[in-house]
Design a protein around this ligand. Structure first.
Ligand code: GLN
Length: 188
């Protein structure tokens, strides 16, 4: 399987390493042509404002949006989740605007802006999974076609809507491969 990782800014290599460990091929997507032949794409964590700006500058925003709308499996981690949301609290406009969710950036407040939890996500595994949050967003609104997959401190932090999956945390920064395995299954 060929899994693209949007490589404009953020933690790209960590995702590529996890994909490689699972026996698949990770492709750095820096321009439109790099998306040819991929089975799915990961939008990594980083700074959503910067990645959104670079998506526009590289003229990838609209083609990527169209590919997702026509069914390309996509997984957004943290900033990637913000890029996919139709609405961002306190901001006039979003970026790719494909998922029926509203997000709040940097939602956990300064003292716990970054933290780690072990949580069982029954959709993915029976074992507790390490979740790493780095100035993470939360999902504040979903429509009924969005499946809630995980909550932490009573806040929604992972959801799925058809071919689109988002997590407010960073599985690529742990040694656990379960969540990458889950996304690769979505790409089959
Ligand atoms: N705080 C970042 C943003 O709002 C996201 C942080 C991350 O991806 N780790 O874009």
């Amino acid at each position: 399987m060929k899994i693209g990782v949007l490589s404009l800014q953020g933690d790209v290599i960590e995702h590529i390493n996890h994909i490689t460990k699972l026996g698949h091929v990770g492709i750095e997507v820096k321009k439109l042509e790099d998306m040819e032949g991929i089975n799915g794409i990961i939008l990594p964590g980083g700074e959503s404002t910067t990645i959104g700006k670079l998506l526009r500058e590289t003229k990838m925003l609209i083609p990527l949006r169209n590919k997702i709308l026509s069914g390309l499996p996509v997984w957004g981690t943290c900033a990637g989740m913000i890029l996919l949301a139709k609405a961002i609290e306190g901001e006039i406009d979003g970026h790719l605007k494909v998922m029926d969710i509203k997000v709040k950036r940097n939602a956990y407040g300064s003292q716990i802006n970054s933290f780690k939890r072990e949580v069982i996500i029954s959709e993915i595994s029976g074992e507790p999974l390490p979740l790493v949050f780095i100035r993470g967003p939360v999902i504040t609104e979903v429509t009924s076609n969005v499946k809630i997959i995980c909550k932490v401190f009573d806040k929604i932090v992972a959801v799925k809507q058809n071919n689109m999956f988002v997590t407010a945390f960073h599985p690529e920064l742990t040694n656990n491969l379960e969540i990458h395995k889950y996304f690769i299954n979505m790409c089959k």
